[in-house]
Design a protein around this ligand. Sequence first.
Ligand SMILES: [Zn+2]
Length: 252
Amino acid sequence: MVFAFLFGLALGSFLNVCIYRIPLKKSIVRPGSSCPGCGAEIRFYDNIPILSYLMLLGRCRQCRTPISLRYPLVEMMIGLLSVLLFMQLGPSAKYLFLLFFTGALVAIAFIDLEHKIIPDAISLPGLLVGLAFSFFPSAGISPVDALIGAVGGGGFLFLVGVVFEKLTGREGMGGGDVKLLAMIGAWMGWKALPFIVLLSSLTGAVIGVISLLMAKQDIKSRIPFGPFLALGALGFLFFGDEITLWFYRLGR
Ligand SMILES: [Zn+2]
């Protein structure tokens, strides 16, 4: 359990690098991290997940530029999600695969929130690994389920976008969202998609109305849908059985 937490923290730390660099089209391998304020290289003892943020009180050691709260937040989230997955799956290939999927969803959510884009550099490899995962006997879904999920998920959002554009003359669904739901469909199978789309749309609508009321935002300012799709997929990954049962009872 402790190992799963520490492993999750380390993965979260790497995902922070991805979240910062992939939208800027920078390498995620080289060079080492540096402060965006003063350019000072961040030394290993200032790069320890969560602890360094606390010890530095959220500021660069050299120039005191504030460090985004996103860094400890992502580390803590992946640390906890790793523990949850480990509790369900134990030390297994499935744990590693689903941790990869979880990490990809979290990275996409934060990048979409900040930049309003979903990089192909994450969603397309994620889609392929998801299809490969379905060939494992322990995956829980068959390759056919995964393939229908990918084509169905992507195809559905693509059609929604086409219809929306025909009706309103505005682009409603980005290509990034289409590829993200294709990736989610590959990992979770087509049967999960109606629930995930419903969960994402409901939370998206609620948050949309709240932010409209609170910030008095222009109704046309676009709220990214990617974070809600990611949240819906994570919700279904961890509570899929409960959610299915709940809808089933509701239907009766
Ligand atoms: Zn600095």
